[in-house]
Design a protein around this ligand. Sequence first.
Ligand SMILES: *[C@@H]1O[C@H](CO)[C@@H](O)[C@H](O)[C@H]1NC(C)=O
Ligand SMILES: *[C@@H]1O[C@H](CO)[C@@H](O)[C@H](O)[C@H]1NC(C)=O
Ligand SMILES: *[C@@H]1O[C@H](CO)[C@@H](O)[C@H](O)[C@H]1NC(C)=O
Length: 339
Amino acid sequence: MAVSTTPSQLKSPFQYGHRFSIYRRSRYVALLLVFLICTSLYAGLKWQIEPELEPQPEPESEPEPEQEPEPEETLEPIYHIDPGINLTTNTQTALVLGKMRRDNVEWVLELGEELNYTSIIYSMESLPEKSAFIPHTLRGHESAAYLSYIIDFYDRLPAYSIFIHPDKDQWHNDLFGSPTSEVLSNLRLAAVDSMGYVNLRCKADPGCPISMHPLDPTPIDIENKDVRAYMGEIYMELFQVQLKDVPRDVGGVCCGQFVVSRERIRQRPKSDYMRMIKWANETTTTHNFGVGWVFEKLWHQIFGMDAIYCPRFEQCRCDVYGWCGPLASGETLTPVGSH
Ligand SMILES: *[C@@H]1O[C@H](CO)[C@@H](O)[C@H](O)[C@H]1NC(C)=O
Ligand SMILES: *[C@@H]1O[C@H](CO)[C@@H](O)[C@H](O)[C@H]1NC(C)=O
Ligand SMILES: *[C@@H]1O[C@H](CO)[C@@H](O)[C@H](O)[C@H]1NC(C)=O
């Protein structure tokens, strides 16, 4: 139950059995010497057998510094649309994404033209690309772009904001094959009018019914200092709630692509999003990947849904994409927001 179960509370083995006699101590030293000699012999041998083994990169370290960009891209960034644009008056729907230099987002611009959506693209590079917006932090992958957009456009949001990944194809797009363009062409915005927040994915797994237990990290998470071990305190910080208001279980459909209405975004004051991005920027509890992981688990709650928000697959498919049956059972569903 206690959220403060941190690795520092685990007893070190060196806190025990420190009273050696002189005799036992010298025997201990001798054993240690033998051990050290064996280890170094083994290490030398291993090196001779496997000299080609490269040291493995730190699995959870910050990304490598960017490679040298094109010279003209080190200049002032140039926005692809007027940064002062008022989306409320100029567009109904925005496509929001972050991109790395290697990501080709031509398909987003084409789709935007086809559907009359405005693309708001953030450059996730330390030397930003031309024609992109600059996020308030680079930590947390796409969540940094999403939060930066909300903060930058809070007073001039369009009716619908669609948050997507930059790749044309996503394994987690579940109903129309992998291209996100197919998903978006079939999206029912009426569902967003009714629900405020809609995940683009309907399949429950992974993420539903439960994706984490903020207050009950496993001993392995605690030992590994995994971000899960600190979710209770992170939750309290992000949502500014007391320990008693941290949910025991959190669950939501995965993968960080969703649509939110203007009203739903504004259900929170701008200062909430600023606090969240400040946490992403400054936390030492976790690293870049962990920050993105935290937001992916919490978006539905940030946008006003219950801690566990796992709609029935068939109803989601009907509400969000208009495929309402008849199901194998003979049942035909009614989409939300149909009059
Ligand atoms: C595109 O959307 C804007 C804002 O909703 C609207 O004023 C404009 O007429 C639309 N353009 C086309 C070609 O549908
Ligand atoms: C954007 O346009 C809307 C509607 O025209 C207006 O109410 C709002 O104040 C404008 N926001 C900004 C930041 O100019
Ligand atoms: C993020 O951290 C950097 C460096 O400490 C700082 O310059 C920047 O203002 C911070 N941004 C936010 C959104 O807190």
